[in-house]
Design a protein around this ligand. Structure first.
Ligand code: HEM
Length: 189
């Protein structure tokens, strides 16, 4: 799914004119903030592509240097650049205050969890690094969840201006709660 969404982003934003596949009001916003939009989409897609590889135990054990290099690209390009651009985009997101806050808090948490994960590993705390990275990647997956929920608005005929602010929360909050629950459930050690 990560590859699918990154592929969608690449086709929609590298091959088609800007905003071809979004709501007309979003298109106007995107045209007024081109640099930020392209920066957000291409940088965040890198996080989406690298993220799943980082959870492979086999890869971590056999190629620890690759894990470190990919991790730095994930954090510095994907999360930092993509997150700062995402935060700025949250200011003009379609759907008003609900969307501004939904995407804005997502961006702040994405940056914060990424910073904590990096801080932890720089101090040799592998367990804390793992926990913060699980939280961080559950937020990266907001890009996947969002694009599962969006077509549902069409299927069920929900008004987009009402559904979109709700989805701006729904795309990340359950992911984060699920990640917390999986990590903390009694069976996990
Ligand atoms: C997890 C932190 C993220 C935040 C805070 C965030 C924030 C945003 C915001 C605010 C918008 C604009 C919405 C609007 O104008 O109404 C947006 C759009 C977009 N984002 Fe993100 N995003 C994140 C992750 C990602 C990731 C990982 C990708 C990877 C593909 C991505 C790809 C896109 C795309 C392609 C759009 C344009 C809308 C579309 O074509 O569906 N975002 N994002």
């Amino acid at each position: 799914m990560c590859v699918g969404i990154a592929g969608y982003a690449f086709i929609a934003y590298a091959a088609l004119p800007l905003g071809s596949l979004v709501h007309p009001d979003m298109k106007t916003n995107f045209e007024n903030h081109k640099l930020m939009v392209y920066l957000h989409i291409f940088a965040s897609s890198i996080a989406l592509l690298i993220g799943p590889l980082q959870f492979s135990k086999k890869l971590r054990a056999s190629k620890p240097r690759l894990h470190r290099t990919l991790g730095k690209i994930y954090l510095c390009v994907g999360v930092l650049l993509g997150g700062v651009a995402g935060l700025l985009m949250a200011v003009f997101a379609y759907g008003g205050l609900g969307s501004n806050l939904g995407f804005g808090i997502l961006a702040v948490l994405w940056l914060y969890t990424g910073a904590r994960a990096y801080w932890a590993i720089r101090h040799g705390d592998v367990l804390a690094h793992q926990r913060w990275m699980i939280r961080n990647f559950s937020l990266t997956l907001a890009a996947v969840s969002l694009r599962i929920y969006l077509p549902l608005t069409l299927v069920f005929g929900w008004p987009f201006d009402i559904a979109y602010p709700i989805i701006s929360w729904l795309c990340w909050l359950p992911n984060l709660l699920l990640a917390e629950w999986i990590y903390n459930r009694p069976a996990s050690v």
